[in-house]
Ligand binder design. Structure first.
Ligand SMILES: Cc1cc2nc3c(=O)[nH]c(=O)nc-3n(C[C@H](O)[C@H](O)[C@H](O)COP(=O)(O)OP(=O)(O)OC[C@H]3O[C@@H](n4cnc5c(N)ncnc54)[C@H](O)[C@@H]3O)c2cc1C
Length: 227
């Protein structure tokens, strides 16, 4: 009589697309589970988006808010990290399609690819008002702000200098408020002139909307920084 030996069971394959907060959290939570994880991202770094505004205002370097994904998962041998762009999902075949023509098979798929900002049907606004979601967005903003300061420094016409030092921020959420506060705090060497202060509408918005987001103390501080 022969007894049938069960063959080695295949590990459950989990493919996670995106190594932002969502994808990383899923990876961390699966620690110890009997699964094989492949984490795919089109960038080689995880980005701490809440501090993007500090890069945009030259308070932090890009390397201070972005860390290599491989480094973050260096203690997880069951996790394979892939630097690739996902171009599609073959849901029937349970495959994730990559930009180099390759495909990854999965048993479970986690799509954590984040979001982009929108211009509500007005994409023509983008060249004038870039968003703030990636390192490239932050360095673009930083360049614009610093160039405006430099030009203002060399400008003798007070009206044109005032125009160069006037910044409009659309969106008075925590990021908009922090950005306005940091810009307002910046001093420029324009003959001893201090940069124009944060827009009044933001101060009103801060008082109205940000108590519950930031907490009363932080909202008051943000208002004061713009005052
Ligand atoms: C300026 C700013 C300030 C913020 N401040 C706060 C805050 O104070 N508190 C708070 O709780 N939240 C804050 N948030 C929100 C928070 O950062 C986001 O909710 C969070 O980062 C979303 O995480 P996610 O994993 O869904 O997406 P993301 O962090 O955007 O990650 C998505 C990942 O998917 C990758 N990806 C996308 N498409 C593909 C593809 N096709 N192939 C391969 N990889 C792909 C991207 O490269 C990225 O790494 C802020 C956001 C911003 C932009």
């Amino acid at each position: 009589m022969t007894t049938e030996q069960p063959g080695p069971t295949k590990p459950h394959r989990v493919v996670i697309v995106g190594a932002g907060f969502g994808g990383l959290e899923a990876t961390f939570r699966l620690a110890g589970a009997p699964v094989q994880i492949t984490l795919v991202d089109r960038r080689n770094h995880h980005l701490f988006q809440p501090l993007l505004y500090q890069v945009a205002t030259a308070s932090l370097a890009t390397s201070e808010i972005a860390w290599p994904i491989r480094y973050l998962l260096r203690d997880r041998p069951e996790v394979t990290t892939l630097f690739a762009t996902v171009t599609g999902v073959d849901a029937q075949g349970k495959r994730v399609l990559l930009d180099d023509g390759d495909a990854l098979s999965y048993d479970t798929l986690v799509l954590a690819t984040g979001v982009r900002h929108a211009y509500f049907g007005h994409d023509e606004w983008e060249p004038f008002a870039p968003g703030l979601k990636t390192l490239e967005d932050a360095t673009t903003l930083r360049r614009r702000i610093l160039v405006a300061f430099e030009r203002a420094e060399r400008e003798n016409d007070p009206q044109r200098r005032a125009a160069l030092l006037t910044f409009v921020i659309v969106g008075a959420g925590p990021t908009g408020v922090e950005l306005a506060g940091t810009i307002a705090e910046s001093r420029v060497g324009t003959g001893g002139h201090r940069m124009q202060r944060g827009p009044r509408c933001l101060r009103r918005q801060t008082a109205r909307h940000h108590d519950h987001h930031l907490g009363r103390r932080r909202a008051r501080l943000a208002c004061r920084r713009m005052a």
